[in-house]
Ligand binder design. Structure first.
Ligand code: NAD
Length: 477
């Protein structure tokens, strides 16, 4: 395996450098200093990964699903045992606090376990009556491309269901945060995953995705990242009609109805919004508040937000760390300036902190006009907008007024309002009176420009299967 500062590729069961020895720098976002490196794959490395995945396919797909599941469960145990070290590595490269990184790894462990435990049941024949059945079959080699914001849990959410279904995987880890993919793949290796079934590459994202998707060996693409990149990848996948699972951006509203308990709603919103410095696809970004509560909500939300302790991610006192990279700071600057130029008011935050590191403070904007970019572009950072509404219909219209449709949240509301909100919000997931994200056992996916397909639960595994309908056969007996 790689040493602490130089992460390697894993191809055909072996950790090794890229073919031409080129590496990419890994930057600590709290210091802006390079502190590690990651190998960059060449075209022949990618070809080797494709060939080894394809060679391993038949044996892996025909191995009893129970055995496949046992390897995933064993890997979960191995990962759990090194959770402390892995969380520290993740925190140093991503900027999230140690507590956040530990929580993320716990969810990665749970994801490996859940898919391992359910592998056998989800690979079993599904009877459709006396003479018909569905035989789930693995689709074949998967290209899995993962981002830097939740590099541990998102790797687990791609690898575990694909492997449980019987598909080999070529995983592209996030170059900016490589340690998570390395720790998880190493746990699978130690758990006995056969050579070729999991391959890990890093490199130049556009070159890797283009090369992998141009190969007819790849049958499924699973990607988490921006809508723009998702569209490019879907176009590439169209050439070989590879199945796509696309988990893209979000711009999630929270509707605070009359009667909401602000003592519960405000800490819940604050915690979920500012986790990982707001760089979560389902983080709330637009708060819509019933006019009767607006003034009080804004005052209390602003006070809570101002008190958030921003600092180095390895300081136990820190509640929010730096942003992951310089691109996010530039985006915060651009979105804030654009809103303020159009008449928005900064209630708190709004300028980069004057210290080394990619630090942007928790920020609240009000009076944001409808054409401001921050109401349409995914902020993907610690910026919240707050606005009043008069009727539930108006709140739903505002909530739906972006191209995204990933998650939405609401607090309180009459029975009629609740029914209208659950039915009227154009999103993949709604949480009521609390904010909840992904879990291992439930499907999660977006509508509109937030993507298609599901991760999590039974549907997460089905995404990697051909559900072969067999008519006229009584049974295999
Ligand atoms: P980006 O769109 O350049 O990259 C997003 C991710 O996709 C990165 O991990 C990157 O390595 C990868 N990527 C980029 N081009 C690729 C390509 N051609 N082929 C394969 N992978 C490719 O943006 P960024 O600056 O890294 O991240 C910011 C934006 O990305 C945010 O605004 C947000 O919308 C989105 N994002 C979303 C999620 C999510 O959880 N849905 C995660 C990370 C980033």
């Amino acid at each position: 395996m790689s040493d602490a500062t130089s992460y390697e590729l894993f191809i055909n069961g072996v950790w090794r450098a890229g073919g031409d020895g080129i590496t990419l720098p890994v930057i600590n976002p709290a210091t802006e200093k390079v502190f590690a490196s990651v190998a960059s794959a060449t075209v022949s490395d990618l070809d080797e990964a494709l060939a080894s995945a394809e060679r391993s396919r038949r044996a892996w797909s025909s191995r009893p699903a129970k055995d496949r599941g046992e390897i995933l469960v064993a890997a979960a145990g191995i990962l759990a045992a090194k959770l402390g070290t892995a969380a520290r590595d993740l925190s140093a490269e991503q900027g999230k606090t140690i507590a956040e990184a530990t929580g993320e790894y716990a969810r990665a462990v749970e994801t490996l376990e859940w898919n391992g435990t359910h592998a056998e049941a989800l690979s079993a024949t599904i009877p459709m009556g006396p003479n018909r059945m569905i035989v789930p079959e693995p689709l074949g080699v998967v290209a899995a491309l993962t981002p830097w914001n939740y590099p541990a849990v998102l790797v687990a959410r791609k690898l575990a269901p694909a492997l449980a279904a019987g598909c080999p995987v070529i995983l592209k880890g996030a170059e900016e945060t490589p340690s998570a993919a390395v720790h998880i793949v190493e746990a699978l290796r130690q758990a006995g995953i056969p050579a070729g079934v999991v391959n890990l590459v890093f490199g130049v994202p556009v070159q890797i995705s283009r090369h992998l998707l141009s190969s007819p060996i790849v049958k499924v693409l699973t990607f988490t990242g921006s809508t723009e990149v998702g569209r490019q990848l879907a176009k590439l996948a169209a050439n070989n009609l590879q199945r796509c699972i696309l988990e893209l951006g979000g711009h999630s509203p929270v509707v605070v109805c009359e009667g909401a308990d602000l003592a519960k709603a405000i800490p819940a919103i604050s915690e979920y919004k500012f986790e990982c410095a707001g760089q979560s696809c389902n983080a709330p970004s637009r708060i819509l508040v019933a006019r009767a509560l607006y003034k009080e909500f804004l005052a209390r939300m602003t006070e809570t937000t101002r008190k958030i302790r921003v600092g180095p991610p390895d300081d136990p006192e820190t509640e929010m760390g730096p942003m992951a990279n310089a691109r996010r700071i530039e985006a915060m600057q651009r979105l804030t300036e654009n809103a303020v130029d159009r008449g928005a008011r900064i209630e708190t935050g709004g300028t980069r902190l004057d210290r080394p590191g990619f630090y942007w403070p928790p920020t609240i904007l009000t009076g944001v006009p409808k054409d401001a970019k921050v109401l349409h572009e995914e902020p993907f950072g610690p910026i919240l907008t707050v606005a009043p509404f008069d009727t539930i219909e108006e709140a739903i219209e505002e909530a739906n007024a972006t191209e995204y449709g990933l998650a939405a949240y609401f607090f309180a509301g009459t029975s009629d309002a609740k029914r209208a909100l659950v039915g009227g919000l154009s999103v993949g997931a709604v949480s009521v009176n609390y904010l909840k994200g992904v879990s291992a056992d439930a499907p999660y996916g977006g509508v509109k420009q937030s993507g298609y397909g599901y991760e999590g639960g039974e549907q997460g595994v089905r995404g990697f299967q051909n559900l072969k309908l067999v008519n006229g056969l009584g049974s295999f007996g």
